[in-house]
Design a protein around this ligand. Structure first.
Ligand SMILES: Cc1ncc(COP(=O)(O)O)c(C=O)c1O
Length: 430
């Protein structure tokens, strides 16, 4: 048979670094505390009854009315999603960063922001020729999508000695050197750093005097940052800026898969022209439209307040546990990046972090992320902020597990095994 997958499939796809999603490692078995994927532990930003039913417009105001038209599911959904786009614009037209307003013409909506990450690569980068800049430590999908599209990656790390700030001078120097770089992916607040990218740093890349390319700002966690932080409306001022957002985090709607890219009408037009025509399922857009109604936004804001107060509690109580070191990066998100340290020396340690990570998941049912292999993140775990109950249990289990690790109750790993386990624990995208 002449067919040979290893010569027939594209080499970049064959060589694709396999990755696992957070949920591939430790499943939701109903008792685990899942603090690994930066989801919203407080639930969907929808006004639901105690038993999880949609409140179907029974109140005076019908702005929470959810009418998923099951009888209409034989028809393809609306390819343009004008109403949903208008609501997203209404939310982001804060006029903090510009007096101009954005309109549905400035928007692309996709299956999570992961679709936008990929669509931008396909729109601007020729496979095997062009490149993007990423700034590690950062979200893993930029690199995975780049590799799928056979697009090279130039890394300009965040400044670990300065709260993981972006390094616009170094980025601009690379852009001057290499005309094949078409995009710069920045994450604000960063995953896993929780630091906001400074507006003047974004501006300084946007103003590069010779570079013909696009700055992509991923604002997946922006609603956990101080009011007015989003630069989405700024796309009205900059033809070379794209801002991505998602309903997966603050809105607690990771399950509906709805992401958005704000851009100039020209860029949004390109993305809309190339997308699969019916990319947003009808139930998804109906739920998203409802999530953006005032009554449901109130639920989202309430959950956000609860998350911020549990984040403050973690910031206060975690440092009291022996073995917990510094918090690295910022605090503008629904997770924290925290060091595990050696007893005695107080030095950040991947050995301790890995043992805590594995032990928490395997014996205590508490799942966090090991990030110790990322640049500047030695000894770090990334911990999603959970509910009050989850945080209480997390703090208890963390204290016990660190006690066990320091009491030497856990057998020491050989160097080779430790490295293999660190590699496995790192190969997760979320
Ligand atoms: C920085 C960042 N961007 C994008 C995403 C993906 O978002 P979505 O669920 O909209 O695809 C994530 C998910 O964890 C993320 O951390």
């Amino acid at each position: 048979m002449p067919f040979n997958i290893s010569t027939c499939a594209r080499p970049n796809i064959l060589a694709l670094e396999p990755y696992r999603c957070a949920r591939d490692d430790y499943k939701d078995n109903g008792t685990n505390i899942l603090l690994d994927a930066n989801e919203n532990a407080y639930g969907p930003g929808l006004d639901l009854s105690a038993d999880g039913k949609l409140i179907n417009g029974e109140s005076e105001s019908n702005d929470s009315k959810i009418t998923i038209d099951l009888l209409g599911l034989n028809r393809y959904p609306d390819p343009h999603q004008h109403e949903l786009k208008q609501l997203l614009c209404d939310l982001r037209n804060t006029h903090v960063h510009t007096q101009k307003s954005i309109t549905p013409e400035n928007l692309f909506v996709g299956v999570g922001s992961d679709e936008a990450i990929d669509a931008l690569l396909r729109a601007f980068c020729a496979p095997g020729v062009d490149k993007i800049i990423t700034c590690p430590p950062t979200y893993g999908m930029y690199a995975v999508s780049a590799q799928v599209n056979d697009v090279g990656i130039v890394k300009v790390p965040l400044d670990a000695s300065n709260d993981f700030a972006a390094q616009p001078d170094k980025i601009n120097a690379k852009l001057s050197e290499d005309s094949k770089i078409k995009m710069v992916y920045l994450c604000s607040p960063g995953n896993p750093t929780a630091s906001l990218v400074r507006k003047e740093d974004v501006r300084s890349i946007l103003e590069h005097p010779t570079w013909n390319g696009v700055v992509v700002l991923d604002e997946a966690y922006i609603d956990f940052a101080p009011e007015g932080s989003s630069l989405a409306e700024w796309v009205a001022e900059w033809p070379n800026l794209v801002v991505m957002q998602t309903l997966s985090k603050a809105f607690g709607l990771a399950g509906i898969r709805l992401g958005a890219a704000f851009a100039s009408p020209e860029i949004a037009g390109l993305l809309n022209n190339m997308k699969a025509p019916y990319n947003i399922p009808n139930p998804t857009s109906q739920l998203a439209i409802q999530a953006l109604q005032p009554r449901n936004l109130e639920v989202m804001y309430r959950h956000r307040e609860q998350i911020i107060s549990q984040r403050d509690r973690l910031l206060k109580e975690m440092p009291l546990i022996p073995g917990v070191g510094r918090f690295l990066g910022g605090q503008a998100s629904n997770f924290l990046l925290v060091e595990m340290v050696e007893k005695g020396t107080g030095k950040a340690s991947n050995e301790v972090a890995l043992q805590v990570y594995e032990r928490l998941a395997e014996t205590r049912g508490v799942v966090v992320r090991f990030r110790g292999k990322e640049p500047g993140c030695l000894g770090c775990l990334r911990v999603t902020v959970g509910t009050e109950k989850e945080v209480t249990r997390f703090l208890e289990e963390m204290r016990d597990v660190l006690d066990e690790v320091f009491a030497g109750k856990i057998s020491k790993l050989s160097k080779g095994v430790e490295e293999e386990r660190e590699r496995e624990a790192s190969g997760v995208v979320a």
